[in-house]
Design a protein around this ligand. Structure first.
Ligand code: HGY
Ligand code: MN
Ligand code: MN
Length: 404
């Protein structure tokens, strides 16, 4: 753990061994697991080593204050949790860049006129409990605490039980007006996801907004049975309509301009090689720029799933697990940052962020650091060290401009 000024690259290196997933490659750092707990401790240590006051709010979001906590604060930060087998930059880049930017400001002898803070939001990816941005949604009251506490992870453990074992009191989770009211402006720096900057030969972009996106769970029900003694005509195999649905996802999305629809997760029950499944759960992630059209696409996919289920004598139940409409970042703030940073590209994104949740409550902006391949949510995710340093310096300029 260092205490002197450090670059974001050096800070990232300190995280390189935490939550490595040898089976999948990349990192698996899910909320309230030991890996994520190690990251929380690392962040709190790095913040305290810089003289920042560390607080953990009622929704397990971690705050580091540069000076006294107070109202109308300039807040930056991101998340430290990952998708399963995720890259090293999605989330952590925003956190280490914030610490490095604070180091730069301190080295410049800067004294903020407004309170300045870094926040690390809990469970942004929804990698453990399936619903994204839990920390920021609980903070803002845009998801009911009861619903969150009852969410179950892949082992069937509830959020409430897991949070309690990690030392958090489940009854404390819920809207936090006092903490939210302290945020005057929120700026999140994030590794670019998708390849917008490389063709423009630009190291940094300002975000314009986030396209609508949501997650749906399709549960196909059939009859579990023996793989060797059940004739094909006698089967009600839920894996068959599930497979049909996955094909329909690709066909339906390909027919809608700019649509993106993905099945990245499928869980058969019981999941034996020589067992016809009794149930198959399939999760759909669907996104597209045109407001109101995501659900139309999901409705079309649902129709095909229902027809396929009927053909196989199976049932299907569809549940919307999360949905976020178009998030537009504050136009005045966006333009102010673009002017300050010499008019870098202003780009939309298909990736969700806590910034989208906060954008409904406080003026919010995003900065994206170039990702040469655009690959994200995979071990190949990458950003050049010099672009990372550039991002830190630009974030410091933004924070200084907003807080002086
Ligand atoms: O899924 C997303 O778009 C984000 O990375 N959580
Ligand atoms: Mn992500
Ligand atoms: Mn992220």
């Amino acid at each position: 753990m260092s205490s002197g000024p450090m670059s974001a690259n050096a800070l990232l290196d300190e995280l390189a061994r935490v939550g490595v997933d040898r089976a999948r490659g990349g990192y698996s750092r899910h909320v309230f697991t030991s890996a994520e707990g190690e990251l929380r401790e690392w962040f709190a240590g790095a913040a305290r080593a810089r003289g920042l006051e560390v607080q953990v709010d009622r929704n397990a979001n971690v705050w580091a204050w540069f000076g006294r906590p107070g109202a109308d604060a300039v807040v930056t930060g991101s998340h430290l949790d990952s998708v399963p087998g995720g890259g090293a930059y999605d989330g952590p880049l925003g956190v280490v860049s914030a610490l490095a930017a604070f180091d730069l400001l301190r080295a410049q002898g800067f004294t903020p006129r407004r309170p300045l803070a870094i926040v690390v939001f809990a469970e942004e990816e929804g990698g453990r409990f399936g619903v994204p941005c839990l920390g920021s949604r609980l903070l803002t009251g845009t998801i009911a605490a009861e619903r969150v506490l009852a969410l179950r992870d892949g082992d069937g453990d509830t959020f409430a039980d897991v949070a309690r074992s990690a030392g958090y009191e489940p009854t404390h989770f819920g809207p936090d007006e006092e903490t939210l009211s302290r945020i005057g402006t929120f700026v999140e720096l994030h590794v670019e996801q998708g390849r917008g900057l490389a063709p423009l030969d630009a190291p940094l972009a300002v975000g314009s907004g986030i396209i609508p996106h949501g997650r749906w769970r399709f549960t196909f029900g059939g009859q579990g049975n023996h793989a060797g003694t059940t004739l094909m005509a006698d089967r009600r195999d839920p894996m068959v309509p599930a497979a049909e649905m996955i094909g329909a996802v690709r066909r339906c999305a390909a027919a809608v301009p700019e649509a993106r629809a993905t099945v990245g997760r499928l869980v058969p029950t019981p999941g034996g090689t020589n067992v016809i499944a009794s149930q198959v759960d399939v999760w759909l992630d669907a996104r597209l720029p045109e407001p109101g059209k995501v659900r139309d696409l999901v409705a079309e996919i649902t129709e095909r799933a229902e027809a396929a289920a009927k053909l196989e004598g199976c049932t299907v139940e569809v549940r919307e697990e999360s949905y976020e409409g178009t998030a537009s970042f504050d136009a005045a703030l966006r333009d102010r940052l673009a002017a300050l940073l010499g008019d870098p590209p202003v780009l939309p994104t298909g990736a969700g962020h806590d910034a989208a949740v906060l954008a409904r409550f406080v003026p919010t902006a995003m900065l994206y650091v170039r990702n040469p391949s655009g690959i994200s949510h995979a071990p190949e995710e990458f950003a050049e060290p010099r672009d990372i340093d550039h991002g830190t310096a630009e974030l410091a300029r933004v924070l200084r401009s907003l807080a002086e």
